[in-house]
Design a protein around this ligand. Structure first.
Ligand SMILES: C[S@@+](CC[C@H](N)C(=O)[O-])C[C@H]1O[C@@H](n2cnc3c(N)ncnc32)[C@H](O)[C@@H]1O
Length: 260
């Protein structure tokens, strides 16, 4: 039934588009609608149901974190997806991580989640957007974790000197401009402790990495960069990596050849 309805929507959009070549809105809209519904039969409905079920089991966050989640949602600030962040926090707990570098603070949500989950941890986090960093500062000051987080303002490609004063790190979390992932990895992996891990978010980019055709040029270029990063990472001679299909896709990388 769902498939029939979706096919009807496709043909309707397509026929309007074919009739009116000037319909830019539809031309932009069609690939997105196609992606959202393409090949989504009962299997993926079940998948979505399971994801909602799992998300529904995750405990409520404290009032400050909930306020941040609401702020991010209302103001379109991208923060890590719930299942992705829960997975990352569990890994950090198991790993007993104490020193963390985060590339991409936004409003400080993931930094505060890490500080909350790991009371002994210290998080150094980099953000280039001054307004977002200011908000992060305000939220962090209102929390009980203000002493656990150090904010660095600047482009992560340019603040290596400031970051290395805090090295080394047991975990590095990369969650900034997706087109620069390889550079962030190359710059900051130098400061990873021997048994440390690197966590990279958004490596599946809403599933678009597996799409053979993407019509919008900007998205296509970005997907290409993420796909290149994924191939580079998965065949990196210095790291064992795995991509977990949770949240927006989370890669976990661990140096090869260490004792742990
Ligand atoms: C996805 S958001 C980070 C979300 C945050 N980690 C969380 O889950 O709460 C990415 C942030 O990285 C910042 N950013 C992007 N490229 C950057 C760069 N080269 N240096 C520093 N920050 C960057 C953006 O301004 C944005 O606020």
């Amino acid at each position: 039934m769902l498939k029939i309805t979706v096919n009807a929507i496709f043909s309707c959009l397509k026929s309007i588009m074919d009739r009116d070549n000037k319909s830019i809105l539809l031309r932009e809209l069609l690939p997105i609608v196609q992606f959202l519904f393409k090949d989504r039969g009962e299997g993926s409905l079940l998948n979505e149901k399971l994801h909602s079920y799992i998300d529904g089991l995750i405990s409520e966050r404290n009032p400050l974190l909930t306020e941040m989640e609401n702020y991010a949602s209302v103001h379109n600030v991208p923060i890590m997806e719930l299942s992705g962040i829960e997975t990352m926090l569990q890994l950090l707990r198991i790993h007993r991580t104490e020193r963390i570098l985060e590339v991409g603070t936004a409003i400080g949500y993931s930094a505060l989640r890490m500080a909350d989950a790991l009371p002994k941890a210290h998080i150094v986090t980099i953000e280039r957007d001054v307004e977002r960093l200011q908000l992060a500062e305000e939220f962090i000051q209102r929390s009980e974790h203000r002493n656990q987080i150090t904010l660095i303002q600047g482009d992560a490609l340019e603040v290596e000197d400031a970051v290395k004063e805090h090295a080394s790190f047991d975990a590095i979390f990369i969650d900034a401009a997706k087109g620069q992932y390889k550079k962030f990895f190359e710059i900051y992996s130098k400061y990873l402790s021997d048994d440390g891990m690197i966590i990279t978010d958004n490596v599946l980019f809403k599933g678009l990495v597996a799409e053979p055709e993407i019509e919008t040029k900007r998205i296509r270029n970005l997907v290409k960069k993420i796909d290149e990063f994924n191939h580079w990472l998965m065949s990196h001679p210095g790291y064992h990596s795995v991509i977990l299909p949770v949240g927006d896709g989370v890669a976990i990388s661990k140096r090869r050849g260490e004792s742990i």
